[in-house]
Design a protein around this ligand. Structure first.
Ligand SMILES: C[S@@+](CC[C@H](N)C(=O)[O-])C[C@H]1O[C@@H](n2cnc3c(N)ncnc32)[C@H](O)[C@@H]1O
Length: 216
């Protein structure tokens, strides 16, 4: 089987779903006849999570993933490579990056771009129809844990995994990041989620952690 994620030469790569096409001027490289896109640990918190030893993200390739905080689609494009036979529902509320996201999605049949606010899940629920096995969130908001909890409750299937990229300083600038991570974990547990992993993303993303939680 051709691996969708490749760690080679100290760098991460994903198998390009659209051979010949770059999304953000990343390097393309051929490995055993396949084209891979370099996946920068400095531009993607999911790549930084893998680099720092995160172990919970290993989709089969046919999953439907809800991605909150898509921006212009840098990480979404790599997730789209990874779940080549699945779908990425990419939610972004800011019109400027959404334009770039639309352009990227026009070349990737498994990306569904949704201009919507992640804190109002009812608004984009009609796109999803069924629950999903993975919810990924990367929004730098003060109430990011509550937004994540609301989406997990609404969309995450049984035993589904939620990946929350926590930006500690958006929640509280004065508090030590590790204390903030602990408060987020407590919040998630109070919302019925089981915390599986906390991976600090420094030095690639300062004062950020990926908290992985599982639905009951
Ligand atoms: C750090 S950037 C995301 C980067 C992106 N995940 C990546 O790795 O390529 C955060 C994005 O979340 C978006 N955002 C913040 N709050 C949001 C909300 N409530 N609903 C939807 N998008 C939101 C911002 O507009 C911004 O584009």
């Amino acid at each position: 089987m051709i691996p969708p994620v490749l760690h080679q030469g100290g760098r991460w790569h994903t198998l390009n779903l659209v051979p010949g096409q770059r999304v953000y001027r990343e390097r393309l490289r051929r490995v055993q006849g396949q084209e891979y896109r370099e996946w920068s640990v400095r531009r993607s918190k999911l790549a930084a999570y893998l680099e720092r030893g995160g172990r919970q993200f290993h989709p089969r390739g046919d999953e439907r993933i809800l991605y909150l905080g898509a921006a212009s689609g840098t990480t979404v494009s790599h997730v789209s490579d990874i779940v080549a036979r699945g779908r990425v529902y990419a939610v972004e509320f800011s019109p400027r990056p959404f334009r770039d996201l639309l352009h990227m999605a026009s070349q990737r049949p498994n990306v569904v771009p949704i201009l919507s606010d992640a804190s109002a899940p009812d608004a984009f629920a009609p796109y999803l129809l069924h629950r999903v096995p993975i919810v990924y969130q990367d929004i730098a908001q003060r109430n990011q844990a509550q937004i994540f909890g609301a989406n997990a409750k609404r969309f995450l299937g049984q035993k589904g995994l939620g990946f929350l990229a926590v930006k500690a300083r958006s929640i509280n600038v004065a508090r030590a990041p590790r204390e903030t991570y602990e408060l987020v974990r407590r919040d998630l547990k109070a919302q019925g989620l089981e915390v599986r992993e906390t991976i600090e993303l420094d030095p690639f993303e300062r004062d950020h952690a990926m908290i992985v939680a599982q639905a009951a």
